[in-house]
Design a protein around this ligand. Structure first.
Ligand SMILES: NC(=O)c1ccc[n+]([C@@H]2O[C@H](COP(=O)([O-])OP(=O)(O)OC[C@H]3O[C@@H](n4cnc5c(N)ncnc54)[C@H](O)[C@@H]3O)[C@@H](O)[C@H]2O)c1
Length: 322
């Protein structure tokens, strides 16, 4: 049995990845290590809780005693999702971001370095580390220019990983993905929040005029891409992941309203985010050509399924996804 440590596996993307690993491989044992911060939700993994190849451990990566406990048994591979992930929270206060995203990644890297058993680590990062780009798609290798404390902390962790490849020859591969959406995303994030407001006929707040553009990918497509990188990505390389669906926030909000048959007049302008990056968009040719990955879910289909998922949950009164 191959032992794969997934950090942050109780979060939005991590939980889909844990499920992807268990469903697509029979020779893999998954250890999900997560601090269970406000954004975690173990309910999202209720369907696999009893599986013999799955184990959950509550671990704060920034805490050395927790890390020592986690690494008292060896791992073959590590996929590192754990992070503070919400830009608005990082603008309110960045300390938790520095602690989890930088110190947590540092402690994980040290444990891997001293443990000596890990053959591959995939570090999960974001298109936000490049900062805003006016037009076109950012290729791998562009200089990092993060525009907010969240993306700065992610850029810091990316650079630490690359430094550990160079200095200690750790077998690390980096991925940088565009905006994810799908079931189990925290309600503070744009798409679930927009769906909830629309379902409840509440005004749907958009930052500024809503012209900011993001590049959207359905969460299961991201997970399949991460798994290709785990299997075949080259050490020391960065792979972009994205479905090349760049759209303005206003367009996405209008599509959600259309799917729920609600009027566009629900859209309301809100005070813009401080230092708001206007546009992110990634060139994803490398992963497609080198690793043969392709997204499977169109934006139209993914949004439809996501809206249906949240709507059904709320109608059945299964409570908030978080
Ligand atoms: N959501 C996106 O659109 C997106 C896009 C690109 C990259 N990413 C990256 O993907 C990863 C996962 O994002 P997400 O949206 O699933 O976030 P999320 O906030 O839903 O989940 C993060 C998880 O990490 C855990 N965590 C936080 N600090 C921890 C610590 N110190 N020790 C252990 N666990 C800790 C939390 O408890 C939570 O379960 C992050 O690294 C994020 O930067 C996200």
């Amino acid at each position: 049995m191959h032992r794969v440590l997934v950090t942050g596996g109780a979060g939005f993307i991590g939980s889909h990845y844990v499920r992807h690993l268990l469903r697509t491989h029979t020779d893999i044992e998954v250890i999900n290590a997560d601090a269970l911060t406000y954004s975690a939700n173990l309910q999202s993994l209720a369907d696999i809780e009893g599986e013999s190849r799955y184990r959950f451990i509550k671990i704060d990566l920034a805490n050395q005693a927790d890390i020592d406990c986690l690494f008292s048994t060896p791992f073959d591979e590590v996929v590192h999702f754990a992070a503070e992930s919400h830009v608005d929270r990082s603008i309110q206060g960045a300390e938790a971001f520095i602690r989890s995203n930088i110190l947590g990644t540092y402690r994980l890297l040290e444990a891997i370095r001293h443990g000596g058993t890990v053959k591959k680590m995939v570090h999960i990062s974001t298109d936000e580390v490049y900062g805003s780009i006016e037009k076109g798609r950012t290729p791998e290798g562009e200089p990092l220019a993060p525009g907010n404390p969240y993306s700065a902390s992610k850029a810091g962790s990316d650079l630490l990983c690359l430094a550990y490849v160079n200095t200690y020859k750790l077998p690390i591969v980096l991925t940088r993905c565009t905006n994810n959406y799908g079931p189990w995303q925290h309600l503070e994030k744009f798409i679930p929040k927009a769906i909830l407001h629309a379902v409840e006929n509440r005004p749907l707040p958009l930052y500024g005029a809503g012209n900011q553009e993001r590049d959207w990918i359905y969460v299961t497509d991201h997970c399949a891409a991460v798994d290709r990188v785990r299997e075949a990505g080259r050490v020391g390389e960065v792979y972009h992941i994205g479905a090349e669906n760049t759209a303005s926030n206003r367009t996405i909000a209008e599509q959600i309203l259309d799917l729920l048959q609600k009027p566009h007049s629900l859209i309301q302008q809100a005070k813009d985010r401080l230092g708001h990056d206007f546009r992110y968009s990634l060139n994803t040719t490398k992963i497609r050509e080198e690793l043969g990955w392709q997204p499977q879910v169109s934006l139209e289909k993914g949004l439809k399924e996501t809206v249906k998922w949240y709507q059904t949950r709320w109608e059945r009164k299964e409570g908030s996804p978080r």
